[in-house]
Write a protein that binds this ligand. Structure first.
Ligand SMILES: Nc1ncnc2c1ncn2[C@@H]1O[C@H](COP(=O)(O)OP(=O)(O)OP(=O)(O)O)[C@@H](O)[C@H]1O
Ligand SMILES: [Mg+2]
Length: 257
C-alpha cells in the first residue's frame, strides 16, 4: 500500500468479525474509510449497520456478551488493542444517534459538556466553543437569545442539530451518524443533509441511512450490508447506477429489504 493511500484513510477495517453471544453479526468485514469523505452504509433492517458503526468508537463495548476479532485501524492504530484510551477515542470519533438525545440541561450546557469533561473551565473559552459549534450546525441564529433555556424545549430538528453541535464541540475528526434524519420532517432532513455536505470539508463522516436518495445526495462511497456481510463497497455513483452484485441491485431497486 502506498503512503498516499494510507494518508487518505482514517479507518482501515481488516477481517472484522463480531458476535453477540452466539450470533455472528459481522462477518469478515474489510472496509477502508476515507478522510474528509462521506461514507454511507445501507442495507435491510438487522443487517449490522448500527453494529458496525458502533465498533468504530467502541461504543459497542457497552453491550454485554460482545466478542470481536480482526482489526479496526484508526489512524494506523488498532483500537481493538486493549491499550486504547477510550475517552480520547470517543472525543475524536463522535457519534450522533437516530433521535436527538439532548441532556436535560440548557442549550449552553449541552454543548459545553464535552469540553468541560476535557478540562476547559474558562467561561470565555466555553462561550467561544458553544458559539462556534452552534454556527457550524446553522443553529446559532435560532437559539442565540435563549442559550440558558432547556435543550428539551427545542424542536426535533433543532435537537438533532444541537446533538451534532455537541459532538463537534470536542473537535472530533470523525462523525458517526446512525439514521440521523429518520425522525425528521423533509425540511429538517434537507438542513441536515446540507450540513453534512458542509461538514465534510473538515470532518470524515459515516452515515447509516435507509433513504437511498439521501445516500446518493450526501455520500462519496456507499457500502451495502446484508446479513452481517459487506456485499459491496464502491463510489456512490457506481453503487446507484451500476452495482456489481445482484443483491445490491435488488436492494436499491426495492426488490427486497
Ligand atoms: N445488543 C444486542 N444483543 C444481541 N443481538 C443484537 C444486539 N444488537 C443487535 N443485535 C443483532 O445483530 C444484528 C444486527 O443488528 P443491527 O442493530 O446492527 O442492525 P441494523 O442494520 O442497524 O438494523 P436497523 O436498520 O433495523 O437499525 C441483528 O440480528 C440484531 O438482532
Ligand atoms: Mg440500526
Amino acid at each position: 500500500m502506498s503512503n498516499l493511500t494510507v494518508h487518505r484513510q482514517v479507518f482501515q477495517i481488516n477481517d472484522l468479525n463480531l458476535w453477540y453471544g452466539e450470533h455472528h453479526a459481522l462477518k469478515s468485514i474489510n472496509f477502508p474509510i476515507n478522510k474528509k469523505e462521506v461514507t454511507a452504509i445501507i442495507g435491510p433492517s438487522g443487517c449490522g449497520k448500527s453494529t458496525f458503526i458502533k465498533t468504530l468508537n467502541l461504543m459497542i463495548n457497552y453491550v454485554p456478551n460482545v466478542r470481536m476479532k480482526g482489526e479496526i485501524n484508526y489512524n494506523g492504530q488498532n483500537i481493538l488493542n486493549d491499550k486504547m484510551d477510550l475517552v480520547e477515542l470517543r472525543k475524536n470519533v463522535g457519534m450522533v444517534f437516530q433521535k436527538g438525545n439532548p441532556f436535560p440541561q440548557s442549550i449552553f450546557d449541552n454543548i459545553a459538556y464535552g469540553p468541560r469533561i476535557h478540562g476547559i473551565k474558562r467561561k470565555t473559552h466555553l462561550e467561544d466553543i458553544v458559539t462556534k459549534s452552534l454556527m457550524d450546525v446553522a443553529l446559532w441564529d435560532e437559539v442565540k437569545d435563549r442559550l440558558d433555556a432547556p435543550a428539551l424545549g427545542l424542536s426535533g430538528g433543532q435537537q438533532q442539530r444541537l446533538c451534532i453541535a455537541r459532538a463537534l464541540a470536542t473537535k472530533p475528526d470523525v462523525l458517526l451518524m446512525d439514521e440521523p434524519t429518520s425522525a425528521l420532517d423533509p425540511i429538517s432532513t434537507l438542513k441536515i443533509e446540507q450540513l453534512i455536505l458542509e461538514l465534510k470539508e473538515k470532518y470524515t463522516i459515516v452515515i447509516v441511512t435507509h433513504n437511498m436518495q439521501q445516500a446518493s445526495r450526501v455520500s462519496d462511497q456507499t457500502a451495502f450490508f446484508l446479513m452481517g456481510e459487506l456485499i459491496e463497497l464502491d463510489d456512490t455513483s457506481k453503487i446507484f447506477s451500476n452495482p456489481k452484485d445482484d443483491r445490491t441491485e435488488g436492494y436499491i431497486t426495492g426488490r427486497f429489504g
